[in-house]
Design a protein around this ligand. Structure first.
Ligand code: ATP
Ligand code: MG
Length: 208
């Protein structure tokens, strides 16, 4: 039987329990062998915003996943010198792992609702299997409607998975740190310590 690999892309600025719960639920529900977290290099959608440097985001993702033998982190995007697009990353991973591996790309609701704006979305949706996890702030009806539309239009292979709702976002965590509010229990403790140690997300401090 083929090895089943989940690929979890994101900015992870910082990684939080919403990401980890989504990845773990997908892993267990779809019997995946492992999940590869791929922190985005220079994310095309967020180019204009100031995001923490690639190395900080890579380290935080490693710290967050270190105690899970099924989770690994790829530096494929953070080490690229140019903008990384999901379609290119998935093709590279497919090449790297070969034909005895099946790749599933994991997204939250907001990402799947927005997917048609991604580079080569038509090919992306026709070529790779997707798992769409529910996310607070997005109606499941909208998500279901979007998925059936994408299936019809592109013959896409998208599996909808209901995951325990965690209304956590990286934006909210950055804002909380900036305002001196607690982020305890929203992210793994090691990541919290890393943020404070490196003075990330402080008001007026860019995190570079
Ligand atoms: P930001 O606020 O900076 O956009 P984010 O919390 O949305 O950060 P991303 O790195 O943008 O995190 O998201 C990576 C992937 O994880 C996306 O597919 C997103 O939909 C999914 N995701 C993020 N947070 C959650 C959550 N709380 N529940 C379910 N899915 C989530
Ligand atoms: Mg996001």
């Amino acid at each position: 039987m083929k090895n089943r690999i989940g690929v979890m892309g994101g900015t992870f600025d910082p990684i939080h329990y919403g990401h980890l719960v989504l990845a773990e639920q997908v892993r267990s529900e779809l019997s995946l062998d492992r999940i590869i977290f791929v922190p985005a290099g220079i994310p095309p959608h967020k180019k204009e915003l100031s995001i923490s440097n690639n190395i900080h985001r890579h380290f935080m993702t490693v710290l967050a996943t270190i105690d899970n033998p099924n989770f690994i982190v790829s530096d494929i995007e953070v080490h690229a010198q140019k903008v990384s697009y999901t379609i290119d990353t998935l093709h590279r991973l497919k090449e790297l792992y070969g034909n005895d591996h099946s790749i599933f790309f994991i997204t939250g609701a907001d990402a799947i609702l927005d997917i048609e704006s991604w580079k080569d979305s038509k090919t992306l949706l026709k070529t790779f299997k997707f798992i769409a996890g529910t996310r607070p702030g997005h109606q499941n009806d909208d998500l279901e409607r979007k998925i059936s539309l994408l299936k019809k239009q592109y013959d896409a292979d998208i599996h909808l998975l209901e995951v325990p709702a965690l209304a956590i976002s990286s934006t909210d965590i950055r804002n909380r740190v900036g305002m001196g509010k607690s982020i305890k229990y929203l992210i793994p403790e090691a990541v919290e310590q890393y943020i404070y140690k490196n003075r990330l997300y402080e008001r007026g401090v860019s995190g570079e």
